[in-house]
Every structure is written in C-alpha cells, then in structure tokens.
Design a protein around this ligand. Structure first.
Ligand SMILES: *Cc1c(COP(=O)(O)O)cnc(C)c1O
Length: 381
C-alpha cells in the first residue's frame, strides 16, 4: 500500500469561513498592518459582548494574557501563586516571569480540575505560616470549567484573587455562566489548536476598566503620553496585530457552531466506545457545560487489555494522532523544586488518559476510523 489517507490530527483549525477572509482582506487593503487598529478594537468589543465581560484586551497569546494578569494582581518576587497541576505549562510559566513560585494542586475526579478541598487545605496551611499566595490560577481543562462555587468561596475567605485560565474553555459554562468570568481576570487563547484561532493570540477579560487600560499600556511597550518616547515602567510587546484580530472577528461568529461540533464528537465517541471494558470518558458533572475542546478518555489496562500508550501507538500506526493527557506540572523537571499538594489523581489521568482527534471539522468517517482502531485494540475484539 503506497496510497495513504491524510493524517487525522488531534485538533486542527476549522476551514475558515468567508467572513474571516472578508475581514482579513479589509484589514489588508486598509493597510492597517500593525499591532493595533480598528479590527483589534472591534474584536475586543465583540469578544467582551460574546462572553459577557465588561472589557477585553487582545494580546499576542494566552500566555501573555496570564503574564499581564499576574502583573495586575501585583505578583512579585518571592510571592507564591497556586496553579492547577494538571495543565499545559503555559498556565504556570508566567508565574516565574514575574519572579514568583508556583504551588501545584491536584485535580479531583469529578471535574479533572483543581480539587477545592486540597485548595482549602493548602490555604489553611499557608495562613498558619502567615504566607498566603498572591493569586490562584484554576484551569478549565479540555473545555470544562473548574468547580467555581467551591473555589471562589475558599478564595474569598482568604481574600485571594482568582485568575481563570480559560485558554481551553472558550464557550464553556458553569452554572449557566460563561467560562472566563469567574475570577477577577480571565485568560483565553487563540492558538492554532484551540476552538477558534487567530493563528496565535490571546485575550484578557476583566470588569475593571482601569485594569484593561493598564494592560493595553503595558502590552504596547509602556509608552507614557508624551510626544517623545518616554517610559516610567517596563513594557512588553504583547499586542495582537490588526490582521490576527480581523481573523478573530470572523472566527468568533462561528464559535457556537464549533462548540456544537466538538460536543457532537464527544457524544459520538462515547456512544461507540463508552461500553468497552475499562474505558471511561472525562465526566461532565451536572451544571457544567463543557465544549469538549478535546475528547478525553481513560483506559484501565487491566480491564481493556491494552495500555493507553499501546492504543496511542496503534492509532499512530494508521496515521491518526492522539495524545497523552497533560503531564502534571508537579512531575515536570522544570518545576521539581516547587511545592505541590496531592498528585495521585492527575498522575493517574496522565498515566491512563488519551486525547482523541477532536477537531470540529472531523467527518463521521474519520471518527469511525478512530473508533474502529480502538475497538480492535480492546480485549473483546
Ligand atoms: C493554550 C494554553 C495556554 C496558552 O495559550 P497560548 O495562546 O498558546 O499562549 C495557556 N493555558 C492553557 C491551559 C492552554 O491550553
């Protein structure tokens, strides 16, 4: 066999609609080829309206949004910031950019996100030592919110601000409220693999107008209002370009459809694989609305007959990309000096968890191909 079908990828950008093209060409033809411009302003307005935030600031990445969010919360050298351990490194890296140290908290099995009980235990211990963390960064993993009722109650008790890493969860809800709005700040990503994309980009949302202004100032090199170049603060080159924002405006119009498609992938996989021995899908508790940005399942090798890694390799052998669940931050060499609380739950997800192809463009034929391989690997095949 020489003829192979194209690779089935984990999460690819959906084919662009005519709207992205129209906005992009408008930006191009107007020659606003700059890290600001009318499409940036419009994208910020439209994004804020869509998620229900008062203000949104378009930035060059989700990582930049988290970084400047931490600066707004005045996180500095020698401070600690609590971060969910089961996440991508970009949730934790910015903590180190401001000279602070992350402290990692394990997930619970109900949400796969930060365990409120462990968070409460950690903060109680911190209070006893008289060294409370400066901020808490819960992560909304794979399109599903963390358990914010419990998290916000605990953080309120100690008056610790929450910066929500909603990079993977645009379009998700918790108790009917949109992801990104639960903390003082919410960070989103438009990286190429996310549910909508600007090729690269991010957004910071807040209800605080002064904060939004401050972030725009920092993100454009902290230029003081003066005819010459005058700086009283360290700035960053973090603003989104007008071209990317033009694409983002078109993408935003498609968000609801993308959520429907990703959720349908999950339902389809679950219908066809959910009864296999040892297979468990990431749960979606009552009052949570996950986008299922990625469909994730765990495989118990004792019951299934093969390990998660064997299944991944079997998929790869027929040109299908799947990925292990994020390796928890408390296991990462670069964070080995950081304190962590718990860890067994996220470790078990990493050990046995697999992310399946989840793009909103996938055809049912492609989904069937993935399903057939996994069924074939199971002990009942
Ligand atoms: C993608 C992602 C980020 C970073 O976003 P970028 O736009 O790629 O910088 C942060 N946190 C999580 C959980 C992510 O998945």
């Amino acid at each position: 066999m020489t003829q192979t079908r194209p690779r089935i990828w984990l999460s690819t950008p959906h084919v662009m609609s005519p709207k992205e093209r129209e906005y992009l060409l408008d930006a191009f033809d107007s020659n606003w080829i700059a890290p600001l411009g009318p499409h940036v302003d419009a994208f910020e307005r439209e994004f804020a309206a869509k998620v229900g935030a008062k203000h949104a600031v378009a930035l060059s990445s989700g990582t930049a949004a988290i970084h400047l969010g931490l600066k707004l919360l005045d996180v500095n050298h020698n401070d600690e910031v609590i971060v969910s351990s089961l996440t991508f490194s970009a949730s934790a890296n910015p903590v180190t950019y401001v000279g602070a140290t992350p402290v990692f908290i394990d997930s619970n099995r109900e949400t796969w996100n930060i365990d409120p009980q462990l968070l409460a235990d950690e903060l109680a211990d911190c209070a006893k030592k008289n060294k409370l963390p400066k901020a808490v960064i819960p992560v909304d993993l794979y399109g599903q919110c963390a358990d914010y009722d419990a998290i916000l109650e605990i953080c309120k008790k100690y008056e610790i601000p929450v910066l929500e890493d909603a990079a993977e969860a645009l379009g998700a809800k918790y108790q009917g409220e949109n992801a990104g709005l639960f903390g003082k700040l919410g960070a989103f990503s438009f990286n190429g693999n996310k549910i909508i994309t600007t090729s690269g980009g991010g957004m910071l949302v807040t209800d605080n107008e002064d904060w939004a202004k401050k972030v725009r100032f920092w993100a454009t090199q902290a230029r003081d209002p003066a005819p010459h170049y005058q700086h009283s603060e360290i700035g960053y080159n973090y603003r989104m370009s007008n071209l990317c924002a033009a694409v983002g405006r078109g993408q935003l119009l498609t968000l609801d459809e993308r959520v429907v498609a990703r959720r349908a992938n999950f339902d389809y996989y679950k219908k066809h694989l959910g009864d296999l021995p040892g297979v468990t899908f990431m749960p979606e508790p009552k009052n949570f609305f996950s986008t299922h940005w990625l469909t994730v399942l765990t495989i118990d090798p004792a019951k299934f007959g093969k390990s998660c890694e064997e299944v991944r390799l079997a998929l790869d052998a027929v040109n299908i990309e799947s990925r292990p669940v994020w390796k928890p931050m408390h296991l990462q060499p670069v964070f080995s000096h950081c304190r962590h609380r718990g860890g067994e739950v996220s470790e078990s997800f990493f050990q046995n968890g697999l992310c399946l192809p989840s793009g909103s463009d996938l055809t049912s034929k492609e989904l069937d191909q993935v399903i057939d391989v996994i069924k074939h690997e199971s002990c009942i095949a």
